[in-house]
Ligand binder design. Structure first.
Ligand SMILES: Nc1ncnc2c1ncn2[C@@H]1O[C@H](COP(=O)(O)OP(=O)(O)O)[C@@H](O)[C@H]1O
Ligand SMILES: [Mg+2]
Length: 266
C-alpha cells in the first residue's frame, strides 16, 4: 500500500478497476447500494437507505444533514466501524463487507486517519509522541522526511515537546490532524472537527484540512452541521432521513445553508 518514495500524497490511478468494474479515476472511497438498519419490527430504524457515492482520491467532501439523518452512521460505515445491512463499501479497491474484524482493525489503523471533535490526544504523552503513536501501534518505522513534512504542514514544530494540556484547542486539533496523517492514510475522516473551537480557530483548522488535500493529495471526508465549515470542502453531500438527497459542488456558506433549510421539504 505504500506509495512511491518522495511522493507525499496518494497517486490517483487513472486506469484500472473502480468499485463497479468501470475504468476511470479510482475512488478513495465508494459506497454501493448501502443500507443500514437498526432494530426490527416496530423499532426498526433505517439509518441509511440506498446510498451510492464515490469520493475521488485527493478531494475534500463534507457530509451535512439534520440530526438523525445518518451522518454518523455514514462515517462509521466508511471506516468499517459499522457493518452495513446491505451494499458494499470500498476503500480504494478493497471491499470491506467480507473482511474479518481483525483485518478491519488493521485497515483502520494503517489506511484511515481519524480526527475527532474532542481531539482525543493522550495527555501523558508529548506532542511528538502523540503524532507518532499510530506507527508504534502498527509497528511501522518512522519515515523522518514524511514526519517533518506533516509537522511543517500543521505548523506545530515549536510545540513538539509540550503536552496537550499546554496547547490551545486549535493547536491540539492540529496535532490530531498530524497524527491522522502520520501513517499516510488513504482516507482522513473528520467528525465535527471544529465543533469545540471558536469560529476563527475553527477556520484555521478547516483551512488546514483543505491544504492537506491540495498540498498533500489527501482525501478528506468531514461530517459537520456548520454551513461555513462545509463551504471549505469541494463538495457537500446532503443526507435526509438516511438518503443521499443532493450533492453540491463548490459550495458557498449561503448555498449550503439554503439547501439545509429545504431538506425538510422533501
Ligand atoms: N446503535 C444504534 N441503534 C439504534 N438506532 C441507531 C443507532 N445508531 C443510530 N441510530 C439511529 O439511526 C438514525 C441515524 O443516526 P445517526 O447516524 O447518528 O444520525 P446523525 O449523525 O445524522 O445525527 C437515527 O434515527 C438514530 O437514532
Ligand atoms: Mg451524529
Amino acid at each position: 500500500m505504500a506509495s512511491g518514495v518522495g511522493d507525499y500524497g496518494r497517486a490517483v490511478r487513472t486506469t484500472g478497476r473502480g468499485a463497479g468494474g468501470e475504468s476511470g479515476p479510482i475512488n478513495a472511497l465508494r459506497m454501493d447500494g448501502l443500507y443500514k438498519t437498526y432494530g426490527s419490527g416496530e423499532n426498526q430504524v433505517d439509518a441509511l437507505r440506498d446510498i451510492s457515492v464515490g469520493l475521488a482520491a485527493g478531494t475534500f467532501t463534507a457530509v451535512m444533514g439534520p440530526s438523525g439523518s445518518g451522518k454518523s452512521t455514514f462515517l462509521h460505515c466508511a471506516a468499517g466501524l459499522d457493518r452495513p445491512t446491505r451494499g458494499e463499501v470500498w476503500l480504494g479497491d478493497t471491499p470491506l463487507s467480507t473482511m474479518r474484524e481483525t483485518k478491519l482493525t488493521r485497515l483502520r489503523r494503517d489506511r484511515i486517519g481519524f480526527v475527532f471533535q474532542a481531539y482525543n490526544l493522550l495527555q501523558a504523552l508529548t506532542v511528538q509522541d502523540n503524532i507518532t503513536m499510530p506507527l508504534r501501534l502498527s509497528g511501522r518505522p518512522l519515515d523522518r522526511a514524511w514526519c517533518d513534512r506533516v509537522i511543517a504542514q500543521v505548523g506545530i514544530a515549536d510545540r513538539l515537546r509540550h503536552r496537550p494540556a499546554e496547547l490551545s484547542g486549535g493547536q491540539q486539533q492540529r496535532v490530531a490532524i498530524a497524527r491522522a496523517l502520520i501513517a499516510r492514510p488513504d482516507l482522513v475522516l473528520a467528525d465535527e472537527p471544529t465543533g469545540a473551537l471558536d469560529s476563527r480557530t475553527g477556520g484555521q483548522v478547516l483551512a488546514l484540512l483543505r491544504d492537506i488535500v491540495t498540498d498533500m493529495g489527501q482525501t478528506v471526508l468531514m461530517v459537520t452541521h456548520d454551513p461555513v465549515a462545509a463551504s471549505f470542502a469541494q463538495s457537500v453531500l446532503f443526507l435526509a432521513d438516511g438518503r443521499l438527497v443532493e450533492r453540491l459542488e463548490s459550495p458557498t456558506p449561503d448555498a449550503v445553508a439554503e439547501r439545509m433549510t429545504h431538506l425538510g421539504d422533501r
